[in-house]
Design a protein around this ligand. Structure first.
Ligand code: AQP
Length: 316
C-alpha cells in the first residue's frame, strides 16, 4: 500500500522559537522517524518575502533555518528537504488555484488580517494570496497530512476547499483532501502577553529562541508574566519538556519552578546546539542536501503540474 504524503513548511524569517519547535518541527521529526509516511519539508522563502525583510539577510536566514532543521533531526535520507522557491511548478499551480479561489474566502483569513494590521504600509498581494500558495505547496506533492501549529488550521482547511473546488470544476478526483496534524502544544503563547501566540514579530521578550543562551532563557522565563493565564502557559510549556525537568511544576513556588524550567529547556537543546555547530562548519554539506531535495521535489512537482495542465485544458 502507498504511504500517505506529509508536507509542511517553515519560513526563514529569523530565530526559531519553541512555538515553531513544539508546534511543528519536533512533530516533523517524529513523523519522519515513524517511517509511516512519505515526508516533504521545505523552507518557505516565497512566503517569507510577503513580510517586511532585508534582502541582504535573506540568504543567510535560509541557510540558518536549513541548519536548524537538520540539527533538530530532519534527516535527508528519510525526508525530502528543500527550498520552496527552487521548485517553480509550485508557483505555477498557485496561479491555477488563483483562478478558482473566491476573493471573499481569502478575506476571511485571520492570519491575513493579523499580519496586515502589523504591516500597514506593506499590505501586498502576496500577503493576501499566501494561503493559495500554501495550498499549492501542499497539493503539488499530493500532501494529505500537514503537521502545523493551530494558527495554520484555517489555511489547511482552505487547501481542502481548493482541492474540492478544483475537482468539482474540472469533474475529476485528481486532488486529495488535506488535513492538519496537530501536536499537544499546537498553540504556545507569548511569555510577555499570554493572550497572544508566541511569535517573533511581537519582540524578543515574547518568545524563547531554541538556541538562546542559558542566561537569556532564565532571564526571559523569570520575566514571564505570572497572571493565571501566564502560569497556565508556563505549565503547558513545562509539560512539553517534562522529560528534561528535574521535578514537578510547582505553581506555589514559581521562583524555583522557573529556574528548573530554564535549565530543563536549555538542556533539551544540548545535542541540537552541538549538531548545529558541526553543520555551520560544513556549508557545502548543507547545500548538497538542499540541492538533492530540490531534485527530488522537482520530479514530483513537474509531473503534477503537467497532469494539472492536461486536466484544465492547457498545452503541457
Ligand atoms: N506559538 C506557536 N505555537 C505553536 N505553533 C506555532 N507555529 C508558529 N508559532 C507557533 C508553527 O510553526 C510553524 C512555522 O511557522 P511559520 O514559519 O509560519 O512562522 P510563524 O507562524 O510566522 O512564526 P512567528 O514567530 O509567528 O513569525 P511572525 O512573528 O514573523 O509571524 C507553523 O506550523 C506554525 O503553525
Amino acid at each position: 500500500m502507498n504511504k500517505q504524503t506529509v508536507v509542511s513548511g517553515i519560513q526563514p524569517s529569523g530565530q526559531l522559537h519553541i512555538g515553531n519547535y513544539l508546534g511543528a518541527l519536533k512533530n516533523w521529526v517524529e513523523i519522519q522517524n515513524s517511517g509511516k509516511y512519505d515526508c516533504l519539508f521545505f523552507i518557505a522563502d516565497y512566503h517569507s518575502i510577503t513580510e517586511n525583510y532585508d534582502p541582504k539577510e535573506k540568504k543567510e536566514q535560509i541557510f540558518n533555518l536549513a541548519v536548524d532543521c537538520l540539527a533538530a533531526g530532519l534527516d535527508p535520507r528519510k525526508s525530502v528537504f528543500f527550498i520552496q522557491s527552487q521548485v517553480p511548478a509550485c508557483t505555477e499551480l498557485a496561479w491555477v488555484f488563483n483562478t478558482i479561489t473566491p476573493v471573499s474566502e481569502l478575506e476571511r483569513m485571520t492570519q491575513f488580517k493579523d499580519k496586515a494590521s502589523r504591516q500597514l504600509k506593506n499590505i501586498n498581494m502576496g500577503l493576501f494570496d499566501y494561503p493559495v500558495l500554501q495550498a499549492a505547496d501542499i497539493l503539488i506533492y499530493k500532501g494529505v497530512l500537514v503537521p502545523v501549529g493551530e494558527d495554520q488550521i484555517q489555511h489547511v482547511e482552505l487547501t481542502r476547499d481548493i482541492a474540492r473546488w478544483f475537482n468539482h470544476k474540472y469533474q475529476t478526483d485528481y486532488l486529495p483532501e488535506a488535513k492538519p496534524l496537530l501536536t499537544k502544544s499546537a498553540r504556545v503563547m507569548s511569555l510577555a502577553d499570554p493572550e497572544k501566540k508566541m511569535s517573533k514579530s511581537l519582540g524578543a521578550k515574547h518568545f524563547l529562541g531554541i538556541d538562546e543562551s542559558k542566561e537569556k532563557i532564565l532571564d526571559k522565563i523569570k520575566k514571564a508574566v505570572s497572571t493565571a493565564e501566564g502560569i497556565e502557559n508556563l505549565k503547558a510549556i513545562y509539560e512539553s519538556f517534562l522529560e528534561d525537568m528535574a521535578g514537578d511544576f510547582k505553581p506555589d513556588k514559581m521562583g524555583e519552578t522557573k529556574a528548573v524550567m530554564a535549565a530543563g529547556i536549555y538542556n533539551h537543546f544540548a545535542s541540537f546546539r552541538e549538531k548545529k555547530q558541526e553543520l555551520l562548519k560544513n556549508r557545502s554539506y548543507v547545500n548538497k542536501i538542499l540541492a538533492q531535495g530540490k531534485k527530488q521535489a522537482e520530479k514530483i512537482a513537474t509531473k503534477t503540474i503537467l497532469e494539472i495542465k492536461e486536466i484544465i485544458g492547457l498545452a503541457s
